[in-house]
Ligand binder design. Sequence first.
Ligand code: ATR
Length: 279
Amino acid sequence: MSDPLKACVIGWPVEHSRSPLIHRYWLEKYGISGSYDKIAVETNDLPEAVARLERDGYAGFNVTVPHKENVLALADEADALAKAVGAANTLWFADGRLCATNTDVYGFITHLSSAAPGWKNDCGSVAVLGAGGAARAVLKGLIDQGIGEIRLMNRSRERATALSQRLGAAIQVCGWDDRNASIAGCGLLVNTTSLGMTGAPPLDIDLTELPDTATVADIVYAPLETDLLARASARGLAVVDGLGMLLHQAAPGFEQWFGRRPDVDDGLRAHIIADLAVS
Ligand code: ATR
């Protein structure tokens, strides 16, 4: 009998990661003999930790903060998506080679399209708040969906400018202080900042200028309904929470390591929501 398949998530800190809950749910659901661990890895230890994972027989691993960019330099083969985003979150060992991709792009777009199927109808321009790690995947996904005008706003303007230079002409950088006016007419607003997360200040933005047909998406999932989403709902706008991106981004990795494409079902969502409620 072959050894059980092993995967894990590495990060610093890694304690908050819900990836083990997601993958263990699927392992149990599909009756697969495998394991998924959570391993704390400091930045300086990243190369050695990755070598250790290979020696220890891991099929692959997820990467969370702060390693998503640095891990790319360690990969023998990074796909076009990971290279374009400049970050990887899903890796696997194949014949002694470390392969990398970025499934955050897939996770964001798949959840957006499933939670708000009409988001692209007459969408026009899109407004994106934030220019950190999460913004990269969101922007790449929107560009690949053919969105021609993305207004990018970030507290530190230079980070937004750097992303627009990296990801292309569709991105127009607008001032953070002008955000209430800059979202005018946008069919989709996406918050990729950490504002609104439990323990962080709320996102201070006035939604008045969004059209009635707009969709509002938040990548924050704790709380599940952020102040932004509550205000968008109260205005009758379509809303997309951040949890679905987390769940969908996990599916390609599970398939790569454990050999079966898993479903993001209601049971999984309820499982993670129950965990969010107690932590
Ligand atoms: P992640 O990888 O989750 O995107 P990050 O790279 O630290 O995390 O990015 C956090 C984002 O939230 C950034 O866009 C950050 O803005 P800065 O680039 O100016 O730091 C944004 N953010 C965090 N706290 C903020 C605050 N108090 N006001 C405005 N933006 C904030």
